[in-house]
Design a protein around this ligand. Structure first.
Ligand SMILES: *Cc1c(COP(=O)(O)O)cnc(C)c1O
Length: 409
């Protein structure tokens, strides 16, 4: 891999597909970023679900909830149709609404902040750390006031937030803690699994996530009152288990006790999740392996590699996000994105920080320069494919393409 180092830079550049050279992969073999593994067991389960003609929320969704609660060591798990729904319901079940403020990070997906907004509360951003890319605990306290109700942490890329100081702040100000675990199914911090730090934990089974159901999410909690509130709010505000309504237990009346939402997970989706969850460790192992290979191969390139996991933590390795050294490379991140795409390797950007999007700028008056660490990351970060579905050849292609592009410096 190191042999190109002594050639003239013009020669090296002319090899890039973006400059008309031969791409590492052929066009019809484009590597889709985040394409998940789908195996026979879930295909078979979906077929059986369809043959049973119970495709709505029912026994399979219930099974998935039980399996997930067991896996996360939680009393309650409620399956919903997205993590966005999970976050929204978590806000509402926590009693968060208009006039309240919720603290979160600018280094996240828009859904985190939208869930706060949809509850009627106001999001308050606290900058992230450049190394962990997670919310900076030492900057949280200065944003707390009488309206603050909760801290919504995001375990970025699967790296746990520094929960000890965050929990002690939350305790001293009597704030709820909600965990956005969309990247962090397998993550642990000081011997505890994600979803066990906050009052509520929210998970995503979107197509690119660590385990998938197509669309889907889960809320976990140990609080029975919150769990039943979430069930009611997530299914039209109906007071009874509506999926039992038409079962052979006989007809049951329901009562609407709230103008609720339609957030339940159908069995068709749970059928996939049940089997994906069984392989959560195997998939983690594979991503862990790919992460290690990338770290070794990219060590001498002009980029900052993701930091090693902190001691006594478990990283979920959801995203592999090197930061491009744009000064050394002499090219910006978007050029790297385009160059990789030209090599027919799909990439992602996690994330353009929240406060740089027009809606939030207009609505909350957030300005450039306000969250400098998130901006610094947002200008340099690129996500390389790390799906457990990648073959050794695929991983090799990512390495060859990224190395080729980054060796122009
Ligand atoms: C994907 C994601 C979500 C939203 O998940 P959905 O299941 O697509 O609603 C929320 N937060 C983060 C950090 C995410 O990456």
């Amino acid at each position: 891999m190191k042999c190109a180092g002594n050639k003239k830079s013009m020669n090296k550049r002319s090899l890039l597909a973006i400059d008309g050279g031969k791409p590492v992969r052929s066009k019809n073999d484009f590597m889709v970023f985040g394409s998940p593994p789908i195996e026979e067991a879930e295909i078979e389960e979906v077929v059986q679900c369809m043959r049973s003609r119970w495709i709505g929320t029912g026994p399979r969704a219930h099974q998935f909830e039980e399996d997930f609660a067991l896996y996360k060591e939680k009393r309650f798990a409620i399956a919903v149709n997205s993590c966005t729904a999970a976050l929204h319901l978590s806000m509402l079940a926590s009693g968060i609404g208009p006039g309240d403020e919720v603290i979160t990070t600018p280094m996240t997906f828009c859904a985190t902040v939208n869930a706060i907004i949809h509850s009627g509360a106001t999001p308050v951003l606290v900058d992230c750390d450049r190394t962990t890319m997670n919310i900076s605990p030492e900057q949280i306290e200065e944003k707390i006031n009488g309206r603050t109700k909760a801290i919504l942490v995001v375990h970025f890329a699967g790296r746990c937030c520094d929960m000890d100081p965050i929990l002690s702040i939350a305790k001293s100000y009597n704030l709820m803690v909600i965990e956005d675990c969309a990247h962090a199914v397998e993550s642990e911090y000081h011997g505890k699994k994600t979803g066990n730090f906050g009052d509520l934990g929210c998970f995503s089974f979107y197509v690119t996530k660590n385990i998938v159901t197509g669309e889907g999410g889960m809320v976990v909690t140990d609080d029975e009152r919150i769990a039943s509130k979430i069930k009611v709010l997530g299914l039209h505000g109906m007071s009874k288990d509506a999926w039992k309504r038409f079962s052979d237990d006989g007809y049951k009346h329901y009562e609407v006790v709230f103008a609720g939402f339609k957030y339940n997970m159908p069995d068709l989706q749970a059928a996939i999740g049940i089997h994906q969850l069984k392989r959560v460790e195997r998939y983690w192992q594979r991503r862990h392996e790919i992460w290690g290979i990338y770290n070794r191969e990219f060590a001498s390139l002009p980029c900052v590699l993701p930091a090693d996991p902190e001691p006594d933590t478990r990283h979920a390795y959801h995203l592999y996000t090197p930061l491009i050294d744009i000064e050394k490379l002499g090219k910006n991140r978007d050029w790297v994105l385009n160059a990789l795409t030209a090599e027919n390797v799909g990439t992602g950007v996690h994330y353009i920080p929240i406060h740089r999007h027009p809606y939030y700028r207009k609505t909350f008056g957030w300005r450039k320069g306000q969250f400098p660490n998130a901006e610094w990351i947002g200008e340099r970060t690129i996500s390389l494919p790390i799906s457990p579905a990648l073959s050794d050849n695929d991983v090799d292609d990512v390495m060859r393409a990224f190395t080729k592009i980054m060796r122009i410096a």
